[in-house]
Write a protein that binds this ligand. Structure first.
Ligand SMILES: Cc1cc2nc3c(=O)[nH]c(=O)nc-3n(C[C@H](O)[C@H](O)[C@H](O)COP(=O)(O)OP(=O)(O)OC[C@H]3O[C@@H](n4cnc5c(N)ncnc54)[C@H](O)[C@@H]3O)c2cc1C
Length: 494
């Protein structure tokens, strides 16, 4: 048997790579972790989840201050935002979390960390600066970068991506955001709340195009009411640098052109896998801009070289990268064949209100020809939501024709946390009856989960058939007051 320097080598020290490194090293595998930048942590820590959610919270507090009257408080005179303070807070949060991802911590776990830009020499060895490292298994977890569209003039115009948007010297007066996905939408609201005039250009007819249109439209309405301008079904014709500001020519459908001006152009039009420079061509591993070609066990054409995280080109989330990392550890170290299964992979867009999703939504069910029923509850009927001044949003529970929940979408306050109950329920095959019968604390937002399950069940329990049965067996005497009128549960059919 060939002797390699390491049992497993990992390229990329972000969410996916760190999961594999921690798991493999703690299981006793001789582990090498190679990171291109000077620190471990990846996009999520420096330019993604952590800074964006910190910025969103700052913007949320500022928004609450400006809306103090809504809560029966005296009006607050808010001063304009000094973005250097905001950026300082973002960096301080990053620094705290960074400690979990330090080289020293991974060394303690048993993994050797090397910094530099690696390239495969053959399918078992890499070259890193002047050194060579071989490993029995390799994992490519090099993440993704913003994809830059070929818009005329963009290459000669200063623009920013998610890497630059947390470090302004001062808050931009105006910003045009190219793209209407989760990053674009979250940042549109955050910067608008802080005081920037924000315009969003989206190619298709809705923002957040993976989500059901009714949910995405409600998010858009909230952002519009706060001052964000949206241009849907709109393409970017050209971009020009005018010195202190940028000129953006857009076209609505096939017709009208509009000239926009903004201090900053933020490009948020999807992601491209970081696979160039690794010499994957040289060792015969196929890939495209989206990512690696992998089988269900996340193996490339070389069965000992795996992919995890954004390079898989599937669900580009930190928790997906962590999940894929665990699949790789299972296959490569435990030798337990495990396939990825994304059926109940949840996600959340952290706008206010948040939009969280798990399993099938209506759009996907229709595309896949799945017959379904939808049950809806609204946050305006949730006592806690009203107490918190939140009235926008709803939960949609999607059931197959046998009454099995196959997906849930929640638009509302703390939807990202509320969906966790459904993560357990759907993964555990929990029936709506169990959820409806389980006592939830009052008053909580989580009651909406119980209520939607209960509403579905009440349509069955309070049926005429059941009533007739009870009348027959137990001689119930029927209505004591008023005309026959019963609350009709909200059910929508496709
Ligand atoms: C603005 C923004 C907000 C986001 N918000 C969320 C969120 O709220 N929730 C969520 O779940 N996800 C969020 N994401 C997505 C999340 O950040 C990614 O899905 C996650 O970081 C992917 O993990 P990864 O390991 O694939 O890549 P990364 O975490 O980026 O790690 C890849 C690592 O590989 C390194 N690398 C690159 N090339 C090489 C090379 N040639 N050799 C060696 N190392 C290399 C990189 O430097 C990096 O450290 C957000 C992303 C962005 C951009």
């Amino acid at each position: 048997m060939l002797d390699y320097d390491y049992d497993i080598g990992i390229l990329g020290g972000g969410s996916g790579g760190l999961t594999v490194a921690a798991g493999a090293a703690q299981l006793g595998a001789k582990t090498l972790l190679v990171e291109k930048e000077k620190e471990l942590g990846g996009d999520c820590l420096y330019f993604g989840c952590v800074p964006s959610k910190t910025l969103i919270q700052t913007a949320h507090v500022y928004h609450l201050m400006k809306n103090a009257r809504k809560f029966g408080l005296p009006p607050v005179e808010v001063k304009p935002v000094d973005f250097r303070d905001v950026a300082g807070r973002i960096q301080s949060v990053i620094q705290i979390i960074q400690k979990h991802d330090s080289k020293e911590r991974f060394c303690k776990l048993g993994a050797k960390v090397e910094f530099g830009e690696p390239a495969f020499m053959d399918d078992h060895a890499i070259r890193l600066d002047e050194k060579t490292f071989s490993a029995k298994n390799w994992v490519i977890a090099t993440g993704s970068s913003p994809s830059i569209p070929p818009v005329p003039g963009l290459d000669q115009t200063p623009y920013i991506t998610n890497r630059e948007m947390y470090s302004f010297e001062r808050l931009p007066e105006s910003m045009v955001i190219l793209g209407g996905g989760p990053i674009a939408t979250e940042m549109a609201q955050a910067f608008c709340r802080l005081g920037t005039q924000v315009m969003v250009i989206q190619r298709s007819g809705q923002i957040l195009s993976n989500e059901d249109k009714d949910m995405a439209d409600q998010v858009m309405q909230v952002l519009k009411s706060e001052g964000v301008t949206f241009y849907l079904n709109t393409s970017v014709v050209s971009v020009k640098d005018l010195g202190g500001r940028r000129e953006i020519l857009i076209k609505k459908g096939e017709g009208q052109t509009i000239l926009l001006h903004a201090e900053v152009v933020l490009v948020a039009m999807g992601r491209e896998a970081n696979l160039k420079g690794l010499n994957l061509e040289g060792i015969g591993i196929p890939y495209d801009d989206k990512g690696l070609k992998l089988d269900q066990r996340l193996r490339t054409v070389h069965k000992h070289i795996y992919g995890a995280g954004d390079v898989t080109g599937t669900y580009q989330f930190t928790h997906a990268a962590g999940y894929e990392g665990s699949i790789v550890v299972s296959n490569a170290i435990f030798h337990l064949p495990r396939k990825v299964n994304y059926t109940y992979l949840p996600w959340c867009t952290f706008t206010d209100p948040e939009l969280a999703s798990i399993g099938m939504n209506e759009k996907r069910a229709k595309a896949e020809g799945v017959e379904y029923d939808v049950w809806i509850e609204e946050f305006k009927d949730n006592d806690r939501s009203l107490a918190e001044g939140e009235q926008v949003g709803k939960i949609k529970m999607i059931l197959d024709k046998k009454g099995k929940p196959i997906g849930v979408q929640i638009l509302g306050p703390r939807a990202g946390d509320l969906v966790s109950e459904w993560v357990a329920a759907l993964n555990g095959g929990v029936k709506p009856m169990t959820l409806a019968a389980a006592v939830h604390p009052y008053p909580t937002l989580g009651e909406i989960n119980k209520k939607v399950a209960g509403t579905y069940l009440s349509s069955k329990i309070f049926s005429e058939r059941i009533k007739k049965g009870l009348h027959f067996f137990f001689h119930l005497k029927g209505r004591a007051c008023g005309a026959v009128e019963r609350e009709v549960p909200v059910k929508e059919n496709q």
